[in-house]
Design a protein around this ligand. Structure first.
Ligand code: AHG
Ligand code: MN
Ligand code: MN
Length: 339
């Protein structure tokens, strides 16, 4: 039997370049830079547990001053890699208060901005649980040739030209969309190459999984509480009670639900009146991917990709996953609202 060599990410990018918006090759190059930074971050995450026993990262330092936190490392790695190429004129990151302008002749000529959560779920690193990187790419709206401005970053999610995530899990994957479906690549560590393993990923229309931090239950809106009771009710024909699965790493929770079918919710709460997740770095990029895979992403009432951002670190409630399940959850919120 003839076994076919898998398509590498590099090959896929070249072969599909005409599918990319504007197809000038710059977006291909930009995704290649992200691929490179992901490999560097992956290497570092993989040896996270070795730091103490090998004395890496200045572990002797009692104040821990030399020990770079992995989210800072990931942030610096992506920033450095993006700056070293000429496709990006500015970056906004969950780790930085303000956006960064790559203000020089070369970068001012470029047309893309990148927004990112360099390490999502970082509290999971210490316990060897999956974490991720989320990225979102837009065309600038200010004129080429000038330094990038805040308005270039505050665009609604439906303007994204590409978005993706890396999941550093039991294997490392890079999953992305340019608006032509969602494709997943698994890193083959023996050759250091991402290989196409999940072409055209699709969210099942519905599933059996609900993912929410139930420890916050008493703070949730009534509609969410009632939806959770619905998830837990016995109704064999519709597969209820559903299974509860919550990793606490958004990328991993959404990735699992995309493959198995399910819903992820991070609602408003009395503790976090606007929700916890960030519109620009977490919700928008994942919403673009989820919609491209046939799923649904809203704040409970409005499509995430239609929200007009007003500030870089804006938070929103998030209902994301299998379309039928998100619609069901929304109906509980609406009846709450109409009472
Ligand atoms: P980050 O590590 O980038 O700050 O993100 C953590 C986020 C997200 O990954 C996860 O789903 C959520 O926070 C978990 O929050 P709770 O601990 O409140 O459940
Ligand atoms: Mn995050
Ligand atoms: Mn983060």
């Amino acid at each position: 039997m003839r076994t076919q060599r898998p398509t590498t990410l590099g090959e896929f990018l070249v072969e599909n370049q005409e599918n990319f918006p504007y197809a000038t090759g710059e977006l291909t190059q930009l995704l290649s830079s992200i691929r490179l930074a992901a490999k560097v971050v992956n290497r570092e995450i993989n040896k996270a547990g070795l730091a103490d026993i090998l004395g890496l990262s200045g572990a002797e330092n009692i104040q821990g001053e030399n020990q770079m936190k992995l989210d800072v490392f990931a942030n610096d790695t992506f920033l450095r890699t993006l700056r070293s190429m000429g496709e990006v004129c500015g970056v906004a990151s969950e780790e930085l208060e303000d956006f960064i302008v790559f203000d020089d002749e070369l970068h001012n000529e470029s047309k893309y901005v990148v927004l990112m959560d360099p390490l999502d779920g970082s509290s999971n690193v210490d316990v060897n649980v999956s974490v991720g990187t989320i990225f979102s790419i837009y065309r600038r709206i200010t004129p080429i040739g000038s330094p990038v401005k805040l308005e270039d970053f505050l665009q609604p999610g439906h303007k994204q030209v590409a978005a993706g995530y890396v999941i550093y899990g039991s294997s490392t994957m890079l999953v992305f969309t340019t608006g032509h479906g969602v494709h997943g690549f698994t890193l083959d560590p023996s050759i250091g190459t991402f290989c196409l393993s999940h072409p055209n990923m699709r969210f099942p229309e519905r599933g059996q999984i609900y993912s929410i931090n139930e420890g916050n239950y008493i703070h949730f809106p009534e509609g969410v509480k009632r939806y959770l009771k619905f998830c837990q009710e016995l109704d064999p024909p519709s597969g209820r009670p559903y299974t509860s699965r919550y990793i606490g790493s958004l990328v991993s929770d959404v990735h699992r639900n995309m493959i198995k079918g399910g819903i992820y919710i991070y609602p408003t709460g009395t503790m976090s009146p606007k929700g916890k997740l960030r519109l620009l770095y977490e919700c928008n990029p994942l919403a673009f991917i989820v919609e491209q895979a046939g799923g649904r992403a809203t704040d409970g009432f409005t499509r995430i990709l239609d929200l007009q951002p007003t500030e870089l670190h804006q938070r929103v409630p998030y209902f994301v996953g299998s379309t039928a399940m998100v619609l069901e959850a929304e109906s509980f919120l609406r009846s709450d609202h109409n009472e």
